[in-house]
Design a protein around this ligand. Structure first.
Ligand SMILES: [Zn+2]
Length: 208
């Protein structure tokens, strides 16, 4: 699996281009960029998908347009799907950006397994930053959205946010193998093992 991060927009939201022999996936296309479109076009012979980790404007903003121009389906966790058409919850209103309301083509639940081409995905529901944010695990790679960052976690002061819920979600991620590489929605890559040791916001054993 090849992974390319493209930080997009003013808050440098990581959009990921994930490819393998038979799959081409764009994760969180928050802003229009020539690379996302050309990536999907160049891989038209593979199974393609646009995956959204959660419904915040900086992760979803270009998904509908990109889906239309490349005929690629969009997937999101089912509990965040309503926020795709709610400018207050997806923060378009607060940040004064225009996002056309839409609904995803595929809605995931916690624990869903889904195969795109030759890539297997496991969906892990990780609420707390939003009501229905999900992480996607494929092999030893985790796309963590705004749930878990390098030595940080997503903010919980926005609509649908709740720190104790986020803490539970991160603790669930900490049950994964230490070697799993984490590709977050903002900032640099990390690993589950590194975060278990050094994340100052959620510590194994501090709660419960
Ligand atoms: Zn977010």
């Amino acid at each position: 699996m090849e992974i390319k991060a493209i930080p997009l927009g003013q808050i440098k939201t990581n959009c990921y281009l994930v490819s393998s022999q038979k799959a081409a996936i764009v994760i969180d296309p928050g802003f229009a960029d020539e690379q996302t479109e050309s990536f999907l076009r160049a891989n038209a012979d593979k199974e393609r998908m646009i995956l959204l980790t959660h419904a915040h404007f900086d992760h979803i903003g270009d998904a509908l347009r990109l889906s239309r121009v490349t005929q690629t389906e969009i997937a999101i966790g089912e509990l965040d799907n309503p926020a795709l058409s709610d400018a207050t919850v997806n923060l378009s209103y607060m940040f004064d950006v225009q996002t056309e309301p839409f609904s995803a083509d595929l809605l995931f639940k916690d624990g869903d397994e889904y195969t795109i081409g030759d890539l297997k995905l496991r969906v892990i529901l990780t609420p707390g930053h939003t009501k229905g944010g999900v992480c996607y695990l494929s092999g030893d790679k985790l796309f963590s959205g705004d749930t878990l960052f390098f030595e940080s976690v997503g903010r919980t002061d926005l609509p649908g946010g709740d720190f104790s819920v986020l803490e539970e979600s991160v603790l669930r991620l900490f049950e994964l193998d230490d070697k799993i590489k984490v590709f977050p929605g903002h900032g640099q890559e990390t690993t589950i093992g590194h975060e278990k040791k050094f994340n100052p916001y959620v510590r194994v054993g501090r709660k419960l």
